[in-house]
Design a binder for this molecule. Structure first.
Ligand code: ZN
Length: 144
């Protein structure tokens, strides 16, 4: 394993992929979307529920796939709770910028541990893995 790959699969990412947080379907989700990434075999279902204030009150996911796709989903569920759908979209765009290497996050603090996935930019075929949960959540929240 070279240094870049070792960095990509650092401990935090492996921990999230082995013990995903917020794993499971929600009771009475307001929104749900399925995403898959055939080139890697990743599949994910994301469930969300919005509170009366229109913000994400709960979010969960189920799925299977590579460590990057599962860790990204797990970390995402920890960061989007309490955020409005428009903030979630801004976070997704920030996250996309760092995993593609197109730029830096405008609000890195909001992404927290997700920034550890920036090593994905050295593996372009893995960008879809990292973005899968985000694209599913974005689809689930469409029109919200
Ligand atoms: Zn994958």
């Amino acid at each position: 394993m070279n240094d870049e790959l070792r960095e990509l699969y650092q401990q935090v990412i492996l921990d999230h992929s082995r013990k995903p947080r917020n794993y499971g379907a929600l009771d009475q989700p307001c929104c749900h979307a399925h995403g898959d990434n055939p080139s890697c075999g990743d599949e994910i279902d994301v469930y969300a529920r919005l509170g009366g204030d229109g913000r994400v009150e709960a979010v969960g996911f189920t799925g299977q796939g590579c460590a990057i796709s599962q860790a990204s989903a797990s970390m995402m569920t920890q960061k989007v709770r309490g955020q409005s759908p428009s903030t979630v979209r801004a976070m997704m765009e920030d996250f996309r910028r760092i995993v593609t290497g197109e730029g830096v996050a405008e609000n890195g603090d909001a992404l927290g541990e997700l920034q550890l996935l920036e090593g994905v930019q050295h593996f372009p075929q893995r960008v879809k893995c990292a973005m899968l949960a985000w694209r599913a959540l974005d689809a689930a929240l469409e029109g919200k």
